[in-house]
Design a protein around this ligand. Structure first.
Ligand code: ASP
Length: 337
């Protein structure tokens, strides 16, 4: 500061004051885990066992995702909705604080695709393995082959879908969902639910990781891969900035490289909620009419442990666990249906 400015400030009595009042950087909130949907509460609880004992975020997100893969659930794991040929094909990915990442897509008869994704990350020079190759790699790495066991709900829904066998990749059901968080997941008009599990964690060391696991869109064309296992679409982590994950109509997320975009908005200084909102706007602005028919939701966390979410339509929720809270939050949304 030059002498003239110093004197000017002194005359206002501001020099000492302004230095004294300079806000201290707020300590990052850690550990913390956030995840998509209300089913994230149980997932977070599993991740928390690792985070609360000084463990690494990459282990926490893997174990959290394993929790829901172990649960007979219509939208994740071997109990998930089948594709239109009656086959359950699973997608998953994982990413750590060094931008190491691994993914599997359209893998069959393997219970823990997210753990296979981690092995891809750790044991191969590649990022994404698909279909039979992914299954073969899993078996070679000690994962047992297990038949898919459809949940009763998935079985019923598939039977019902077969009546018309109409391929209608529209997922927008929250507004129709009146009977509690998990029911129903399938509607007469062909729309189906989406409960992809995406979770993001910061550990005690301040490191960020994320994971996603899903059976993808119900009754999809065999071989279809959504956003969930694609780094930059369904998941992105940048340890200097933050992380994001998504749920909803994967094609729309892929089109905008959704989670990469959210992280880039956070890099520009936007709060996680605003970063998610701006990514949602990108989808909506492309085709507003179509956007009213679909759902996409993003959740994001920044390096400070601030978090937020935004979705196209009402109904997207996410779960948060930290030392201060353990609860489900409603996402803000852009459009009234
Ligand atoms: N995003 C997933 C997909 O398109 C669907 C979901 O969120 O459940 O495969």
């Amino acid at each position: 500061m030059n002498r003239k400015n110093f004197l000017k400030l002194s005359s206002l009595g501001l020099t000492a004051l302004s230095f004294k009042l300079k806000p201290l950087p707020t300590a990052a909130k850690k550990p913390i885990v956030i995840s998509t949907w209300d089913s994230g509460m149980a997932v977070n609880a599993e991740a928390w066992k690792i985070l609360s004992t000084n463990g690494k975020s990459i282990d926490a997100v893997e174990k959290g995702a394993n929790q829901i893969e172990d649960t007979i659930n219509c939208c994740v794991g071997l109990g998930g909705y089948p594709d239109r040929d009656g086959k359950v094909t699973l997608d998953a990915c994982i990413m750590d604080e060094h931008s190491n990442c691994g993914a599997v897509a359209a893998i069959e008869q393997i219970k823990h695709p997210v753990s296979v994704a981690r092995k891809v990350m750790e044991k191969t020079p590649h990022i994404l393995l698909v279909g039979d190759g992914a299954q073969q790699f899993a078996i070679e790495n000690g994962f047992p082959k297990e038949p898919a066991v459809l949940s009763d709900e998935a079985k019923d829904a598939y039977k019902k879908w077969l009546e018309k066998s109409e391929y209608k990749p529209i997922i927008n059901i929250e507004n129709k969902k009146q009977n509690g968080p998990f029911a129903p997941h399938f509607f007469d008009d062909g729309s189906v639910n989406h409960d992809t599990m995406g979770l993001l964690a910061i550990d005690n060391h301040g490191d960020l990781s994320g994971a996603v696991t899903t059976s993808g869109m119900a009754f999809k064309v065999h071989g279809r891969v959504g956003d969930s296992p694609l780094i930059g679409a369904g998941l992105f982590v940048d340890n200097a900035v933050g992380a994001a994950t998504s749920s909803g109509l994967g094609e729309e997320v892929i089109r905008i490289c959704g989670t990469h975009l959210v992280v880039e908005f956070m890099r520009q200084g936007y709060h996680p909620e605003m970063a998610c909102k701006k990514a949602v706007e990108r989808i909506v602005n492309r085709d507003r009419k179509k956007a009213k028919e679909i759902q996409v939701g993003f959740i994001a966390i920044n390096k400070k442990g601030e978090y937020g979410a935004y979705s196209i339509l009402k109904g997207f929720v996410y779960s948060v666990k930290s030392n201060d809270e353990n609860q489900i939050h409603k996402s803000k949304y852009l459009l009234e249906a």
